[in-house]
Design a protein around this ligand. Structure first.
Ligand code: GAP
Length: 514
């Protein structure tokens, strides 16, 4: 565990050192849980967004995009339930004065039980070798069964307490499980209280009678309130979807783990409007489609899992998360929710407007049901970074830090490096770059030895480098170096585009989805 924490710390400092992510307001010592993306971070982030946008809008004839405003009429948040129910249960430790989300403390406790079982299984697997039957061991080993029973009981009690909104019971679970504060090590807890996560601000001057408005805590509501505008102007027929990428804001109680939980973040959300009664089929279909999107990046199928929700949000009748294995455990990256007709019906009620869909085939009006896919850009960014960062021991005893980013997401696809800064090599390198820069992101670099430049490009995640040497001037060939294998091959300049473009394009990923 400590080793994983070290790796995570290294990833955070790598992000800063190589221009991916900086703390916001850095020269003022930062601002809690707010971050800026640097020159390389913004490219990686844009590539993630492009991959998502194109997979939604280009690959589905019945999905279109919008870009709605962050500020919205305040009644929207009353209608959506966020004013009354968008709360987290918080608890303070009286000794350390640290504040925690009570539900997260209990989830961590469940994860501890699961870890214990995993350790028992690993020990037994080692002991029995090839003949080990994991399923049988889990079903019969007394120690595993005992831990599993405790874990299941806790799960059940916790789910019930959350569903009932019973905060006293949530506190009692923390007491009964003897959960201690990681800082003070004590069990001196306050009661559990609810805390609303929306940021408020004022619109208009006070003299005019300013009104309180909210910074949106999700982009989804901008889609709901526009669904009929889009349906009518786009002549959309059910089922159809609306996609949006944009900022969201939450006054998170416990901001931790770098860009995993931020107060200002970005979401990529798609609301898919369907006939009532078909929503659970579509829910299953979108779960599958979204997992495929993640797996197409090649970051290891074993690093993903679904987590079906115990406690359903106030708007959902089914919900599941796609979790990715981060250095601090499996964590939610995306949520897929069956939101019923809750939001649209609420907006009908609060706005007093008829926003029913007219179904020409059934010749009737009704409120559609909605399946939502909602993924955080920043969390996706973090999962890509965590998976890609490696410290590799080389044959010569040196260590190289390399970002093995999926090539299509890498900020720079090709570094163009003249071997020396003279003899016409820089001019030749520029000429190559001027041809290729229209097709993918290229960077020219002539400072430092070639070995140092390779290392720097490895650390930036650049999948390919080419070196322009003296022979290039006569044979029109360059050395092409692969980031992951470090293999070098001599290739003709004319062949470069063909060799690289397909491997680094978003299209190459999209083709895996159809
Ligand atoms: N519209 C539904 C919705 O907002 P959510 O599960 O609260 O659902 C969806 O959020 C996704 O947004 C999460 O899976 C996560 O990737 C991202 N997200 C949520 N809160 C976040 C935060 N504080 N910082 C970074 N990403 C966040």
């Amino acid at each position: 565990m400590a080793q994983q924490e070290d790796v995570f710390k290294k990833i955070i400092s790598h992000c800063k050192e190589y221009g991916f992510v900086f703390p916001s307001s850095d020269i003022y010592d930062g601002l809690g849980a707010v971050y800026d993306y640097g020159q390389n971070g913004v490219e990686l982030k844009n590539n993630i967004k492009q991959y998502w946008w194109q997979s939604m809008v280009l690959l589905h004839e019945n999905i279109v995009g919008i870009d709605s405003a962050i500020f919205m009429h305040p009644t929207i948040w009353k209608a959506s339930g966020h004013v009354d129910a968008f709360n987290d249960p918080l608890i303070d430790n009286k000794d350390s004065k640290k504040r925690y989300r009570a539900d997260v403390l209990i989830e961590d406790q469940i994860a501890k039980y699961e870890d214990k079982i995993a350790k028992e299984v690993a020990k037994a697997a080692k002991r029995f070798g090839e003949s080990f039957d994991e399923a049988q061991f889990r079903a019969t080993n007394a120690r595993v069964l005992e831990i599993q029973a405790k874990c299941d009981a806790l799960h059940e009690r916790f789910a019930k307490a959350l569903n009932d909104g019973n905060l006293d019971e949530v506190k009692q679970i923390i007491v009964d499980e003897e959960i201690v504060c990681p800082i003070s090590g004590t069990r001196n807890w306050t009661d559990v209280r609810q805390f609303n996560l929306m940021f408020k601000t004022e619109m208009g001057s006070t003299a005019d009678g300013a009104s309180t408005i909210y910074l949106r805590p999700e982009t989804a509501q901008g889609i709901f309130v526009n669904y009929l505008n889009v349906q009518k102007t786009g002549r959309m027929k059910l089922p159809f979807g609306i996609a949006q990428i944009g900022k969201a804001f939450r006054n998170e109680i416990v901001a931790r783990q770098f860009i995993f939980r931020m107060r200002e973040f970005e979401q990529m959300e798609m609301q898919f409007f369907v006939q009532p009664g078909t929503e659970l089929e579509w829910f299953a279909s979108w779960k599958e489609q979204r997992l495929k999107w993640h797996k197409a990046l090649g970051m290891g199928d074993e690093n993903y899992r679904f987590h079906d929700h115990e406690k359903l949000a106030h708007y959902a009748n089914a919900a599941s998360d796609i979790e990715f294995r981060m250095p601090f455990g499996f964590k939610e990256v995306e949520g897929i929710h069956s939101r019923t007709d809750f939001d649209l019906s609420q907006h009908e009620k609060y706005s007093g407007k008829n926003i029913k869909y007219f179904d020409p085939e059934r010749n009737e009006n009704y409120v559609p049901y909605v399946i939502e896919t909602s993924i955080g850009v920043d969390r996706m960014f973090l999962s890509v970074m965590c998976h890609s960062y490696e410290e590799e021991k080389l044959e010569n005893g040196e260590t190289r830090a390399v970002l093995k980013l999926p090539a299509a997401l890498a900020p720079t696809k090709l570094a163009v490096l003249p071997l020396v800064r003279k003899d016409g090599l820089p001019e030749k390198a520029r000429e190559i770059m001027d041809n290729l820069k229209f097709h993918f992101n290229c960077k020219y670099e002539e400072k430092d030895s070639i070995g140092k430049r390779y290392r720097r490009q490895d650390a930036l995640g650049t999948p390919f480098c080419i070196t322009v040497d003296h022979e290039t001037l006569t044979d029109n060939c360059v050395t092409l170096r692969d980031r992951d294998t470090m293999e070098q091959t001599r290739v003709s300049i004319d062949a470069l585009r063909g060799l690289i473009e397909d491997k680094v394009s978003i299209t190459s990923l999209l083709k895996k989805l159809v």
